[in-house]
Design a protein around this ligand. Structure first.
Ligand code: 5GP
Ligand code: ZN
Length: 116
């Protein structure tokens, strides 16, 4: 369920420090090290899945759990009313750097739309 050299697995297991803002049975969320917005949280499944292209049918509920957690995290971070964006970078063209599925939650300001 975890990968030995994965930095996000180590964060999930509390082996390396991070600012965890939410945790449940399936999901961990922590502040991004290099925030791109006033609120920038990474929401990750506790199960190691390298990218969305590696997810299987058995992961359907887990992926749903991430979005349900996002709503709770938004409330906790005080951006529930103003809104937020959830982004998954999958693969090279999207700029995925960490090969453990994660969703960027961005908020706390009016966001531009261009992906450039
Ligand atoms: P990606 O480009 O893979 O979608 O995004 C990876 C994100 O992980 C980046 O925004 C980067 O700042 C963040 N990140 C990388 N290493 C760490 C870390 O050790 N701790 C935290 N909190 N964030 C990290
Ligand atoms: Zn991992």
């Amino acid at each position: 369920m975890t990968a030995p050299d994965c930095i996000f697995c180590k964060i999930i297991q509390h082996e390396i420090p991070s600012e965890i803002v939410y945790e449940d049975e399936w999901v961990t969320a922590f502040k991004d090290l290099s925030p791109a917005a006033p609120v920038h949280v990474l929401i990750v499944p506790k199960k190691h899945i390298a990218s969305l292209t590696e997810a299987a049918d058995e992961d359907a509920a887990l992926l749903g759990r991430i979005q349900l957690a996002a709503a709770k995290i938004a409330a906790r971070m005080g951006i529930q009313d103003k809104g937020f964006r959830l982004i998954n970078n999958c693969g090279a063209d999207a700029g995925q750097v960490v090969m453990h599925v994660h969703y960027h939650m961005l908020g706390g300001k009016t966001l531009g739309w261009s992906p450039d």
